[in-house]
Design a protein around this ligand. Structure first.
Ligand SMILES: Cc1cc2nc3c(=O)[nH]c(=O)nc-3n(C[C@H](O)[C@H](O)[C@H](O)COP(=O)(O)OP(=O)(O)OC[C@H]3O[C@@H](n4cnc5c(N)ncnc54)[C@H](O)[C@@H]3O)c2cc1C
Length: 359
């Protein structure tokens, strides 16, 4: 007897969207998450129209639409001088933090009777013609008819299945990232400072918070190695790029760095185990397609798994999922790599910023 129909590893936007899509269709679902509790990191901060449409079908879009910001204005500076303001196009989507999206998904899921099981880490997988046995780090075992690996770019599921993650990646971080407060800085626009000597800093006001998402070129040490993210380093970069001596950055609630990685799994189905989201593909964040592609994977996988569980031919919908989403992933990898190059090139010109990623 299986403990559940579908076991989902990973409670990021992909896993949570899939869980809602399945629970709404009456499928028995469990979600295990390695973290001990939810995070509060802004990370993927834009919901595109396709994701909003999916959330509308799940019955949870309205609070996010009310909380988010549409049409944020990008304020571009060069060598500290204000050059211009550019409104983002109407179809660019909604600005909202990833943690708020995950919170809304968890709320919807709880309404459907499912709670994320935190502190539960997938460490082993075996499968046969009837189902999958997932081994957890605490020694527990969950038996399911299917397992969905929504466990992010370093996917344990993908590793356990031995699925290659092909593509290329840089060894050094291209950006330091974080969530900070900047008292006194105008919260009505997304500030983008670039400099003639190269590099820059972006501070984006995150709706429903008093924080900004910070993205910046990392500082380098005397050997040219990038320095890790820290509040002190963020302040030095800010002072050099923004030249606003009255503004002090404070309270970093998230510090991270980001490396360029353009990779995808060579297959996303292995019998009764499927991959979705960052577990299946990672690519540059230019254009904000990472989380959104994962949400669309999840909607497609929800339909495919529901059909596989209900119908006489389980293989057809699951094979169709793999064919469709591998093709989408390949397109997104090429598209975002090109958008990223466009941004890197454009910001050398005064008055240009991340809007070129949306062109
Ligand atoms: C620093 C950074 C900045 C980013 N900025 C942007 C951006 O500006 N725009 C954008 O669109 N995207 C951005 N992204 C990408 C976006 O955050 C991801 O595309 C998105 O989070 C993918 O969602 P996911 O659910 O597939 O994976 P994740 O969000 O990575 O979720 C995977 C979950 O699985 C859990 N997990 C991992 N292993 C196990 C295991 N063995 N057992 C159980 N649980 C496990 C993890 O703890 C995690 O909660 C950024 C990502 C990073 C890291």
């Amino acid at each position: 007897m299986n403990d559940t129909d579908v076991l989902i590893a990973g409670a990021g936007p992909t896993g949570l969207t899939l869980a809602c899509a399945l629970a709404l269709r009456g499928v028995r679902v469990r979600v295990i998450e390695r973290r001990s509790q939810p995070h509060r990191e802004s990370r993927g901060k834009g919901l595109r129209a396709g994701s909003i449409a999916i959330f509308q079908e799940l019955g949870m879009a309205e609070p996010l639409i009310a909380a988010g910001t549409a049409g944020v204005v990008l304020r571009k500076y060069f060598d500290g001088e204000h050059i211009n303001d550019t409104p983002t196009p109407a179809d660019a989507g909604l600005l909202i933090g990833q943690w708020q999206i995950e919170e809304a998904l968890r709320g919807r899921l709880a309404g459907l009777g499912v709670r994320v099981e935190y502190g539960a880490e997938l460490v082993g997988i075996t499968q046969d013609h009837a189902g999958v046995r997932a081994e957890l780090a605490d020694g527990g075992v969950i038996a399911a008819r299917y397992l969905a690996g929504c466990d992010g770019g370093r996917s344990t599921t993908r590793g356990l299945l031995g699925i290659p993650f092909e593509g290329k990646g840089e060894t050094q971080p291209a950006m330091v990232i974080g969530d900070v407060r900047a008292p006194g800085l105008d919260r009505g626009v997304w500030h983008q400072w670039f400099t003639s000597e190269g590099g820059g800093m972006l501070l984006c006001p995150m709706p429903g918070t008093d924080t900004f998402q910070l993205q910046a070129s990392p500082e380098q040490d005397e050997h040219g190695e990038p320095l890790p993210p820290s509040l002190e380093s963020f302040q030095r970069i800010f002072d050099r790029c923004a030249r606003m001596p009255g503004i002090r950055l404070e309270d970093p609630t998230w510090l991270s760095s980001w490396r360029v990685n353009v990779r995808m799994a060579t297959r996303i189905r292995e019998g009764r185990v499927l991959l979705a989201g960052d577990a299946a593909h990672v690519h540059p964040i230019a254009g904000g397609l990472g989380m959104n592609t994962g949400i669309e994977d999840a909607a497609a996988l929800g339909r495919a798994l529901a059909a596989a569980l209900a119908g006489p031919d389980a293989d057809a919908p699951l094979d169709a999922y793999e064919t469709e989403r591998l093709s989408v992933a390949a397109g997104v990898l090429a598209d975002t790599a090109e958008r990223y190059e466009r941004v890197v090139e454009a910001v050398r010109t005064p008055g240009r910023g991340t809007e070129v990623a949306l062109e």
